[in-house]
Design a protein around this ligand. Structure first.
Ligand code: PEP
Length: 255
């Protein structure tokens, strides 16, 4: 386990708009059989209609695994057809929520300001936001990576939530099979921890989990995890296969 500063590794599955109830039960059964007593904190992020099945399946097969929503509305209730409120996620068994995933920024026009309001709503509902930030390919190529990340981080945390974790997910690495090199992941996480220190102070910065996301597989996870700054992963595609997800968990000593 490379994570330093006493930070518990965090390994999360973002299932996006995949799977059906029977798949979720099968996944949780395999996960529970393979998991033992995990070193890492494990979180599953199913789409909203699967939350109650996932909550049941976790209780039956994989106790200790946490549940999260993939998104929430910035208001706690109201006339917002098709949206989901923080208190509803909490009521469905969630303790986490993704905020600002790049697919929501891209497909739903989520602005930095909206993401900041969602993080605040998560805190009000008693959910831990996993704030997703990351630069686009053209931003990296034009030398804007750090300014983009600095802006997204500050805007996402503008409400100064008391509990949160950060997922660094370079947009060019999500679902593309093109993973950040361990050097890119490490230097970016170092930068983010410095920015967190400027925003929150040294103590909170050193306690905050910074996970990497973007085409993580059982093959590249070990190398990425070697950096003391990488506290775990947010896994998309490879998390749909319980065996692969267990192999990634194994990198953190959890399976
Ligand atoms: C994600 O969507 O958060 C993600 C990291 O996806 P993938 O692992 O498929 O790149």
């Amino acid at each position: 386990m490379s994570s330093s500063g006493g930070r518990r590794p965090l390994i999360a599955a973002n299932w996006k708009m995949h799977l059906l109830r029977a798949d979720v039960e099968a996944f949780c059964r395999i996960l529970g059989e393979g998991l033992g007593t995990p070193v890492a904190q494990v979180v599953l992020f199913p789409s909203h209609p699967l939350l109650s099945s996932a909550s049941w399946a976790i209780g039956a097969h994989a106790p200790g695994v946490a549940l999260g929503g993939q998104d929430l509305h910035p208001e706690d209730h109201g006339a917002f057809t098709g949206d989901v409120a923080g208190p509803q996620l909490r009521d469905a068994g969630c303790s986490w929520v993704l905020c600002g995933h790049s697919e929501r920024r891209r497909d739903h026009g989520e602005s930095d300001d909206l993401v900041g309001r969602k993080v605040a709503a998560a805190e009000r509902a008693g959910l831990i936001p996993l704030l997703c930030i990351g630069e686009r390919r053209e931003e990296r190529h034009s030398g804007k990576t750090f300014s983009v990340l600095e802006r997204q981080l500050a805007a996402g945390l503008v409400s100064r939530p008391s509990r949160f974790a950060i997922a660094y997910e370079p947009v060019w690495a999500i679902g593309t099979g093109e993973t950040a090199t361990p050097e890119i992941a490490a230097e970016t996480h170092v930068f983010l921890r410095r920015r967190l220190s400027a925003l929150y102070g040294e103590r909170i910065a050193s306690q905050t989990r910074l996970v990497y996301g973007g085409s993580v597989t059982p093959v590249n996870a070990a190398e990425l995890y070697r950096s003391a700054e990488v506290d775990g992963f947010l896994v998309g595609g490879a998390s749909l296969d319980a065996g692969k997800f267990l192999d990634i968990l194994g990198v953190s000593g959890s399976a």
